[in-house]
Write a protein of this length. Sequence first.
Length: 511
Amino acid sequence: MLVKTYGSAIHGIDAIIITIEVNISQGKKFYLVGLPDNAVKESHHRLVAVINNIDFKFPRRRIVINMAPADIKKEGSAYDLPIAIAILSASEQITDHRLNEFVMMGELSLDGSLKPVKGALPMAIKAKENKFKGIIVPEENVKEAAIVEGIDVYGFRHISDVIRMLNNETKEGLVKIDPTEQLTQFNLYPFDFEDVKGQENIKRALEIAAAGGHNVIMIGPPGSGKTMLAKRLPSILPPMALEEALETTKIHSVAGLLHGDSALVSTRPYRSPHHTISDAGLVGGGTYPQPGEISLAQNGVLFLDELPEFKRTVLEVMRQPMEDRIVTISRAKVTVDYPASFMLIAAMNPCPCGYYNHPDKDCVCSPGVVKSYLNKISGPLMDRIDLHVEVTPVPYSELADAKSGEKSEQVRQRVIKARNIQDKRFSNQNNIYNNAQMESRDLNKYCSLNESGQHLLKIAMEKLSLSARAYDRIIKVARTIADLENKENIETEHLAEAIQYRSLDRDNWGL
Ligand SMILES: Nc1ncnc2c1ncn2[C@@H]1O[C@H](COP(=O)(O)OP(=O)(O)O)[C@@H](O)[C@H]1O
Ligand SMILES: [Mg+2]
Ligand SMILES: [Zn+2]
């Protein structure tokens, strides 16, 4: 007897429906065809054990399993469930009435319990598009998939529960989640700017960065609070729109990071990969391509701590994705795209010992050493960083007394207002959403300077020996500062402030 079930494969951040055909006839062999990888091939032994362990019979006949389309490589053991159900149905141990209604995925333990799979959310989206009535996934994956409206999402712990639901044609295991409710309920951040004492100028710089979507680097000695500040950046960004949350959730679903109770990634992600990370870990890759940190940070924040410690080649590979806001991974047979639109916040010590320019402590590095340390970060990545902020530690004696800061929520309200102005400004322009994304031609259109502004900028460029690349960045940042003040035009004071955020461009960095 021939039976069909449906599973799914992941391509980029989307799913593809896979048809699993099982035919049972006279004979005794087991065939699995249609480009399955080794893990799928090994499923034979696992399935024999599972089916016998749950008191059904593994048919001792000729079993041919075909997975289509054949040109898509079938990865991993997540096809256990649709294959097992098809075998049980083809051997007439369970009804095939509803098998054409569902897409199902799940890895099986030998006792028949279901282990989580990757990509349950894109699977639900694809199944809905293809007019399936529902999907069946392991319980750990049910929430991420159940935020898709208009399709029934079932979650189970054990294959026996799936069989019971199919045989009795019940709705047992059905889970519904309201995505909008998720968005409002869980939009909470674990860290708040309120905890950061003093450092008003740094907080101001981060507010500007958040308001215009500008990448930022903090330079300061160990213990000055760089990591503490970076962790709080997501909390002042505007709340995620449902569309953004879905996009980020999809990437995290494909990466298999959503086990447990999170349904929708409704807070902006904060990713802080260690400097020993590989190219593939940072930008994505692998034999079966997986999204990297820059994609997991989609719509959120990527923190690169101790920037000069990262291998130069690793930083080089970020250049293209940062420009395109998308990363393309090419393998022998497949090319996939992952979104990569994030805010970069980097941090570094000013020199190898950490105390260059420190108010109290002495730096032990020679000028040559400091210079080559700074040189490590020059190049493509620095070209995309708009704000440089020098962080000096709040003295220990003052930490205890210093008053606590403004709450993130209050800062966020100002950021939202500035973003609303930018939404209007760029409403007719494809692919630009904030000031940081403007190209040179947009600067002419949206950032004209009055005479005294031009004069100030000219003097600054000369006096501070600012590089040409600093020029555009200063203007963009000045545009954001003007937006924060709800000013139509960029004024001299906006420029003056923006000029302060280019410390690494100055040749008077003491060297
Ligand atoms: N401005 C500050 N307000 C409150 N605590 C601070 C401040 N600056 C530093 N700290 C404390 O010092 C610790 C070390 O800061 P950290 O962010 O790790 O510094 P860095 O990353 O620059 O080495 C923080 O976890 C925090 O407890
Ligand atoms: Mg740190
Ligand atoms: Zn030093």
